[in-house]
Design a protein around this ligand. Sequence first.
Ligand SMILES: Nc1ncnc2c1ncn2[C@@H]1O[C@H](COP(=O)(O)OP(=O)(O)O)[C@@H](O)[C@H]1O
Ligand SMILES: Cc1ncc(COP(=O)(O)OP(=O)(O)O)c(N)n1
Length: 276
Amino acid sequence: MSGAVRKALTIAGSDSGGGAGIQADLKTFQELGVFGMSAITAVTVQNTLGVRNVYPLPPEAAAEQIEAVGSDLAPDALKTGMLFSAEIIRAVAAQIRAFGWSRVVVDPVMIAKGGATLLLPEAVAALKEELLPLAQVVTPNIPEAEALSGIPIRGMSERREAAKRIHSLGAKHVVIKGGHDESGRGERIVDLLYDGAGFTEFGGQRIMTRHTHGTGCTFSAAVAAELAKGTAAAEAISTARAFIQAAIEDELALGLGHGPTNHWAYRRRMEQGGRP
Ligand SMILES: Nc1ncnc2c1ncn2[C@@H]1O[C@H](COP(=O)(O)OP(=O)(O)O)[C@@H](O)[C@H]1O
Ligand SMILES: Cc1ncc(COP(=O)(O)OP(=O)(O)O)c(N)n1
């Protein structure tokens, strides 16, 4: 039995409110049938109203956790989330290189919805130089794609150009998510994939809700869970889109602010034999 168990590692920050970060990632892994492991980079003091404080851990703490997991439990895939500083990025990248891991999802978390800094601005260069070349999949939202590519994104043609530029930094698959797309604020939401050869659009209905805390974390964790099963990148992204769509649609409405998404929704729907 244990040989069949697929394992995924999240390297990210802790969200005390449970909607984003490590907590969202582990829930997503569990719901997609993958054993979850974690290396914590920072502790945030956070709830649905926002991030009150950030306590980054020493880079060695991140490196040691990754080494402990890697040398014993051999993850089939991993994702990175909030990394906070250039020093932590370098420590994480060194471990990924040392283990030779290739099923790597980089969620280039920069700023929380409420405006809190989750990546120091001076660490963007380290993210581009150290981590993107190791990424099988990178999942920026639109502001993150602007920071990584250096171009402003107003519509789909700039999004395509930004995806090409980020791909040239070494990431094999670039998904620029559409949650922040002001031009398309209508019925549809589109996540755009570029794999170096062409573009694929993953669309869905835009749900009008304020309860979208942790959507990016959950999406990238779902991609990592699917990669851990040996699924190809495009199919993993398709499943992740269905997972997050269900998680937003089946609203939990928890907390006084931007509530978390519903990590149970996708599996419940699948078990009921309905649409994902
Ligand atoms: N209102 C929404 N309705 C449906 N899907 C959404 C909505 N907001 C975000 N998503 C999806 O959630 C994921 C994260 O999107 P986005 O908001 O762009 O990233 P982030 O959470 O990193 O800022 C994407 O797959 C996106 O399509
Ligand atoms: C600890 C931690 N990590 C990441 C985030 C950002 O999560 P994201 O999925 O981008 O969702 P929002 O914060 O934008 O709602 C976070 N808040 N905390």
